[in-house]
Each structure stands twice: as C-alpha cells, then as structure tokens.
Design a protein around this ligand. Structure first.
Ligand code: ADP
Ligand code: ZN
Length: 730
C-alpha cells in the first residue's frame, strides 16, 4: 500500500534526509516546511519536512507530532538551503538549523505565540458619563482599534474603564496574536525628499529596468562614502514595492548601521510599507514574530546581517548588499557560507537584480565587473561637493620616535584642536601592548592554549589571549631567568590613548575598540558623543573606519599600517587598501580639505600609494598580476580543509594520510600541504590545513564529491572542517 512519507532534515552531522511515515491523523497538517517532532535513534528531537511523497513505508517510523499550524520554511527557501548545503558541503539539517532564528530549529520550544486583548468601538453614539470613559473611547475611535498594552501605557486604571465600556456595550474586545516589535514605541524619523544627481539617476534607471523586467542581473554600485548610495537603494526599493514585490537589504552588522535603518523607516513606514529588521539584538520572541510575519507575506522589506539572506520571502524583487567588501558576510565557523555570494544565488533563483554597494569593492566583485559578469555603476563624487581629503604617507624609515605618533601628525592634531575640529586615529590592535618581553633574557609570554603571545592590558593589569580569551595576571618575574625587567613591547589602542593624553592634556580623548564597546549600547554612545563633538580625538581599531559620518573630523591618522600590510594572507594588500581608503574617507566630510596621515615603513607599497590617491582602478591593476600568477581567487578557486584535535602527533599524521590520498585522486587540482595553520594551536587544539586550488571549479567540485562518496576514515579524535571559498585562513 502506498503511504504518505515525509523526507525530513534533522540537526545531525549527516548529509542525507531521513524518511518518516506520516500517520493518517496528521495528513491534513503535514506540509512542506513544517517543524515536526520525531524520535531519532534513542532520543526525541525536531526536524523539518523538506519533501512529501507517496511510497512504501514499511520499516519507517511515524512522525510524532506537528507543533505549529504554519510552516516555518517556504519552498523557495528550501531550494536555497539545499543548494547551499550542497555547495558548501555541509549537512542539510545543520544548514536548516543555522538559517532559522535561534530557538526555532532547536529541540525545545523556547518561542511561543503571544496574544493580547484588542478593543474596537461597537457603539459610536453612546452617551458616556465619566470623563475618563470619554477619553479612552475617543482614543480608540481615533485609532480604529487599540490593544490592552497600548491603552495601559496611556491611561491610568485603563483596565477598569475598559471593562466598564465593554459591559455597557460601547466597546467589544477580542483576543489577537501580539507581535513583539522592537520599534513599536520609537518615533518615526523625518524623511528628506531629494533630487537625484546625474550619476544616481543613471544607476537608478539601470536597476529599475532590471526590476521591471524580472531578470537576474548583478550590479556593483561603486561610490565613495557620501556619494549617495543609500539614496539609490531607497529609490530602487520603492520601485520594487510599487510593483508589489519585496526587497532584501543585507548590511554587515545592524548595530553599526542605525542610520541606514532609520532612513528606510522614514521613507517607507509612513507610506504603510512594513519593514522587518533581523539582528542579534532581538529577543527570541521578537525574531520568531518577525519570521512569522515574513512567511505570511506581511512584510515588504527585510533588513538584516548575513543570515537575513535566509529570510523566507516569497516574492522577492531586489537584493541589496551594502558594504559588500566586508568580511563579516562570511560565516567563519560551522556552516561557512558567504551571505554576499548567496545573495547572488538568490537573485538568480527569483529572477531579480542584486546590487552590491561599496566604496572599496572586494577585489572579486571588481574583477567580475571587468569580466562583464557584474555591471559597474559608479557614483564618482560626494553629494555635498566636499573635496576628497589630501593623503600624506609619512615615511617612518630612519625616524627615531618617542612614542607612536610622528611630529607631522602631532602638529596636525594640534592644529585641528586649535580650530576646534575633531581627529580620528586608527590603530588596528587593542590592548596596551601586543606582548611583554623579559629585558634580561628575551623571553615572551604565550597563551597556554594558542600559539600566540598574550596581549598586555594595562587598565586591569592583565595578560589576555585575543583568540581564546585566556587571561592571567602580569608576572612579577620571568619564569626562565627570574629577572624582573619585564617590559611591554609595541603599542595597542590603550597605550596610544595614554600617549595622546600626555601630549594633549586638555583634549577629550576617547577609545573605540572591542574592549570599550562590549557593553550593549556602548558603541552607540561613543558615536553619539562624537557627533555631538564631545570628543576631540577618537582612537580605535578598524571599527572607527566603518560607515559613520562624522562631519567634524578634519584629521585622520593611520598608525601601525605595516602590521596590516604584512598580515600573512594573500588578501593583505586588498584589506590594507580597503581599510586605509575607508578610514581616509572619514576626513573632511563636511568642510572639505581634510588631511590624512598614514605612517609606514613601506611608503611605496601600492596598497598605500593607491589608497593615498583613492584610486581603485590603479590598485586593481597592480594587484591582478599577482593573483593571476598564483591562481588565487578570483582568478582561481580555493577550498581549505582544516584538521584539528587535541593530540599534537595524531593531527598531522591524519592530515598527511588524507593529503596523500587526495593527491592520488586529484585531477586538475593542486593539493597544497598539509601544513600547520598560521595559528597552529588554537584553544588547545592542534591545527593543520590542506589547501585545494584549481582554475576549474568543476574539477574542484568533482574532487569534493568524491570525498563525499568515498569513505575515508578519520579517527573520531580529529575533526575536519571544509571551508569553501575561504576568506580567513589563520
Ligand atoms: P552613501 O550611502 O554613499 O554614504 P548617502 O546616500 O548617505 O551616501 O548620501 C550622503 C548624504 O547626501 C546624505 O545626507 C543624503 O541625504 C544626501 N544626499 C544623497 N543624495 C542626494 C541628492 N541627490 N541631493 C541632495 N542630497 C543628497
Ligand atoms: Zn589563547
């Protein structure tokens, strides 16, 4: 007899779906995308129905139950998830799990639907006696309906009044689902209406055409900060909504882009369109509610970080990826997908345009423009004709420095302070010093879990590992020679802050790095203080380079540029160029004529000279031959296989065996290594990597498929992570 069978994704490290029989009693409720209770092995867990079919069910277990009344996944999303599981070689159950908001994919039902009482007028003409009754009634009539919590916030003793109004038949009440909406009480910001300039007009027209035609096309919107990219996004989103389609906006991190969110709300919420903002600050309930509203097609715009690419939209007409060069689009652990790349896959799936926006595009995206795969739209000028800043590369060779800051930069800061202008200093290293050294024997202090030195933090006199967070007190004497001359070496943001307060004792100096922004809202506070000009000099890590518009800044300094330039990764040139260009773009936003100083021992490095000229194309041309010659992305494809485990002998042995096997079956793919990872010990684990490189994606794919199908025995104690298109190979 043919029965109803569900193929279910379960959160286990296995690639396949698992089949269960759908019992007669659940036939009506079983739909694709629904969460189900199942018994798996000896435990009970949850899974998701990805497919329903008829077939022979002998030997299959029954589904245990279906908790919700609606699916949590759409069929469109299931297509994307299955594609991603395959492409990133990751178990489908875990892919589903990481796509869903926390709490939805897990075994426990931490999320529930909340309800509340809603009041609507029943008899508008009724004569009411009390003043209170009249006020409450008036409010409800004006709003059409009102909820218990709304009324409770507005009127004292609302409960009793409402009860009375229902009793006398002036109002009726009903129970409704309540949405937990983080913006509920915030005021709507003011929208500005603007006339597009000619560059913006060209960009909007080109994208509009693709939206209207319903075809996939990829665009790179290349424009410096302040050139009006956000205004372009707003226009094309509006176009998309007017055609009854939805828009998805990806941003690197919501907390860093409050301005973007409020501009979207200002433009669209007043017109009755609804926006869902997905971010890590939402409670599990808020996320669940947002997700449900999206599935029910009640949301027109979704704004969110990387994982919002999995928002269950069904009528997508446009995808925007803002600051597309940001490495945070790539998930570094577990399911290692790239949100920007999946955005392009999504565009193809829905037949809609995808717009990648950046002031400093990723090398890969610029390359694709040159290849004709993406269409480049340039916004060449800043909207408010502020001239681009003048950049000076300060040669450190042969200079004897007292601290970190050269005399030219000291003078520039002095001048800015006298003019009551602000200063931004970038040093991409937090803490006081990157390491402590015994001046007697040269011994330095390492993390016991990781292969790196411990950073000295002065404010709490601690040594900290920036990878595993191990901490220790500063030792009184050297373990090796018992000497007591232990000295901090090199500088981090904390030391720079101290140096500045000594140089400029009357200035207000603040610091923005991971240490000063760990508390919720701390980051926003620093930005607000900067905007209000309560800070004269802001010191910080790369955080200060991101998208903020500080009109009062006239001088920017880049310290420690050489650490960024010499980072052991083939993308170090690209990252340096991008970081320096972005931070330089913070100078002279309002006044024009800002000045930027980059201190370096490599003043002729092309990443520096091109950043100084703000010349992307020149950088591209100098970088390209190097990538071509070595076959590095985007001129070739990479997969990184990372082996890790507790046993420092076993891990390299397993990696070597695996490597030999790979070499024996690889065709058209270079097998590089195994070699110790740059961080060869991390959190107590020994780590080795094998890098697969090929100019042909198909060959690489074939090799990976072979790994899938053949059983290569890796001992339990060693784990293997497959990183497709890796970004970070430390
Ligand atoms: P980006 O996103 O590239 O940094 P924005 O879109 O935020 O640039 O624009 C920078 C500033 O210029 C904003 O204050 C914005 O309101 C304003 N702006 C953008 N386009 C125009 C325009 N066509 N006319 C006048 N002002 C504009
Ligand atoms: Zn460590």
């Amino acid at each position: 007899m043919s029965e109803l069978i569900a193929d279910i994704a379960v959160n286990v490290p296995l690639k396949q779906l698992f089949s269960y029989r759908v019992p007669e009693s659940l036939h009506d409720r079983a739909k694709i995308g629904m969460r189900v209770d199942i018994s798996f092995g000896r435990r009970t867990t949850v899974g998701f129905i990805l497919n329903l079919r008829r077939g022979e069910a002998a030997g299959l277990k029954d589904i245990g139950g279906i908790p919700e009344n609606e699916p949590l996944l759409t069929s469109e999303l299931i297509i994307l998830l299955r594609w991603a599981a395959d492409y990133y070689c990751h178990p489908i159950g875990q892919v589903v799990r990481s796509a869903l908001p926390a709490g939805l994919g897990s075994d426990k039902n931490v999320t529930t639907i909340k309800t509340e009482l809603v009041y609507t007028p029943l008899n508008l003409d009724m004569q009411l006696r009390g003043k209170k009754q009249q006020e409450v009634m008036q409010f409800i009539i004006e709003n059409g309906t009102a909820t218990q919590s709304q009324l409770g916030k507005r009127f004292v003793a609302a409960h009793a009044v409402l009860k009375r109004l229902v009793e006398i038949g002036a109002l009726k009440s009903a129970i409704q689902e309540r949405l937990r909406d983080p913006f509920w009480s915030e005021e709507l910001p003011q929208d500005k209406s603007l006339i597009l300039n000619s560059d913006q007009g060209i960009a909007v027209d080109a994208i509009d055409e693709a939206i209207a035609k319903n075809i996939f096309s990829g665009f790179l919107l290349h424009g410096v900060t302040g050139s009006g990219k956000t205004e372009v996004y707003l226009r094309i989103v509006e176009r998309c909504l007017n055609l009854n389609k939805q828009a998805l906006i990806l941003v690197p991190e919501i907390s860093l882009t409050p301005q973007l969110v409020s501009r979207f709300r200002a433009r669209f919420e007043s017109k009755g369109w609804r926006i869902a903002v997905l971010h890590s600050g939402l409670s599990a309930g808020e996320r669940y509610d947002a997700w449900r509203e999206i599935i029910r097609n009640k949301i027109q715009i979704v704004i969110g970080a990387r994982s919002a690419v999995f928002a269950p939209l069904q009528n997508l007409g446009l995808v925007v990826v803002d600051e597309e060069h940001e490495s945070s689009y790539k998930q570094g652990e577990g399911f290692r997908y790239n949100g920007r790349d999946l955005a392009l896959v999504l565009g193809r799936q829905f037949g809609c345009p995808v717009v990648l926006g950046s002031a400093t595009p990723s090398f890969a995206s610029y390359y694709r423009c040159e290849q004709g795969i993406l269409q480049r739209l340039a916004l060449a000028r800043r909207v408010h004709e502020g001239a681009l800043p003048v950049v000076e590369v300060v040669d450190l060779r042969g200079q004897v420095l007292d601290g970190e800051i050269t005399n030219v930069l000291v003078e520039a800061i002095q001048q800015a302070l006298e003019n009551r202008e602000q200063v931004l200093l970038l040093l991409n290293r937090r803490g006081f010093s990157p390491f402590l050294l015994c001046a007697d024997c040269g011994e330095s202090f390492h993390c016991p879990n990781c292969e790196i030195t411990l950073t000295y933090h002065q404010h709490n006199r601690q040594l900290r590992c920036h990878y595993c967070d191990y901490s220790d007190v500063v030792p009184e004497h050297c373990e090796k020679c018992q000497g007591t001359n232990i000295e901090p070496q090199g500088a981090g943001t904390e030391k720079l802050e101290l140096e500045l307060s000594e140089l400029f004792p009357t200035a207000t100096i603040a610091r923005m790095d991971r240490d000063t922004t760990s508390r919720k809202g701390a980051h926003q506070k620093i930005i607000a203080a900067m905007m209000a000009r309560k800070i004269d000099v802001l010191v910080g890590t790369q955080m200060i380079a991101k998208g903020h518009d500080f009109p009062g800044v006239s001088v920017v300094g880049v310290l420690g540029a050489d650490t960024v330039l010499n980072f052991p990764d083939f993308r170090s040139g690209e990252r340096s160029f991008s970081l320096f260009t972005q931070v330089a773009g913070r100078a002279g936003r309002a006044s024009g004529g800002g000045k930027v100083y980059i201190q370096s021992y490599n003043p002729d490095h092309y990443a520096l000279t091109c950043a100084a000229q703000q010349d992307y194309h020149d950088f591209y041309q100098q970088e390209l031959p190097f990538r071509q010659e070595l076959g590095y992305p985007p001129c070739g494809y990479l997969v990184n296989l990372v082996f890790s485990g507790n046993n420092s002998q076993q891990v390299p042995g397993v990696a070597r065996q695996f490597g030999n096997y790979l070499i024996s079956i690889a065709a058209g793919v270079d097998v590089l290594g195994p070699s110790p990872c740059p961080l060869s010990r991390l959190r107590g684990k020994t780590r080795y990597q094998i890098l697969l490189k090929s100019s042909d994606r198909v060959q690489l794919r074939k090799l990976l498929n072979q790994l899938d199908s053949e059983i290569i025995r890796i001992p339990k104690q060693v784990s293997l992570a497959i990183d497709i298109d890796p970004l970070d190979m430390l």
